[in-house]
Design a protein around this ligand. Sequence first.
Ligand SMILES: O=C(O)CCC(=O)C(=O)O
Ligand SMILES: [Fe+2]
Length: 385
Amino acid sequence: MPGTKSLPVIDLNLALSEDTKPKLVEDLRRALTEVGFFYVINPPIENFPQLINGVKEQAFKFFHDLPADEKDKIEMINSKHFLGYTRLGNEVTSNKVDIREQIDLATELPAPKIASHDEIWKNIEGPNLWPNQELLPDFRPTIENYLEKVYQFSQWFSELVREALQLPEGAFSKYFKPRQQCKMKLIKYPEYKDAESRLDLLPENEGVPLDETQGCGPHRDSDFLTYLFQATAHEALQVQDIYHSGEWITVPPIENSLVVNVGQTLEYLTKGVCHATIHRVITPRNGSGDRLSIPVFQTIDVNCYKSQLKDIPQELLDLRDKRDKEIKGEAIGYQFSVADDTSEDVRPVGWTVFQNRLKSHRNVAAKWYPKEYKDTMKQIGVFLA
Ligand SMILES: O=C(O)CCC(=O)C(=O)O
Ligand SMILES: [Fe+2]
């Protein structure tokens, strides 16, 4: 993001007229290639303000009204598909404990059929763990409706991305299958003073440092694109400006917007033309209350093999090279627990996604996939007994 201290705002109403669409496509090209992180306003989603309000209401009810023992019943440790509730202190990013709690949800799919042990990674897809329907009757329909609406929007938006990158028609279609799974989270970031007494570190996380300002540690998303709804007014999300010595730029919530960011999958497919930007979340200031945020992660078919796009215009590759020369080396000296997925991989995409889940949810990994967990941790220099 050379020279900017705030993120681009892309007005999707510009798609409505052929007169304004070229400006939209140009704005989007710059946002994807120069920044990798931007707001979209006026998404073509019916009743968008009501839709996000509905999901926010269910998130509030989930975190504040559902008794702790009901949350425990749907803990992720009970799901070999890495879906369900994660209590405070059970997640690790950039090798530090995140001070957040969340529920991971996804397009409802049956448990996969695993033909041989080599396919164990296919378990990243599967059924959700839903909260007790009698206590939260509107939760499941609201979430399913939200996922469906954002999924449809993501299909539309990917087409705009294709146009912005001047790629041929259908360039992305081989990466998506019908009923492509989308993932989402409802996340609560408590103030540290509220979190301190409830932090319930797992044996697997013992020895992992705790930083009371880390809501979520620096990382790049591993998906294609992320669509984030910041549901409270906190200014806690930050992106790293790697062109200016790594300073952190705050992403304040804008009403009725989604924050969109490039994940490592899109970065890889576009040979780095689109930029997967490093971001983090700071713990809410004392007195500001819980922060709620709701990302939807657009993923690609777990069975496909990562192959980079062939028809990327030379002009964009040149822009990428020019941009990358401006990166200040000292700014990217972070150790990421998220793998840097930039090598040609003989395993399908799903394998990398699976490994990322093993690193983030160590208790789930140790229970369901002890061997893969040990091997994956070894790759990042953590040797388990
Ligand atoms: O809570 C947020 O604003 C961002 C969360 C995030 O980056 C993530 O879960 O990948
Ligand atoms: Fe993220």
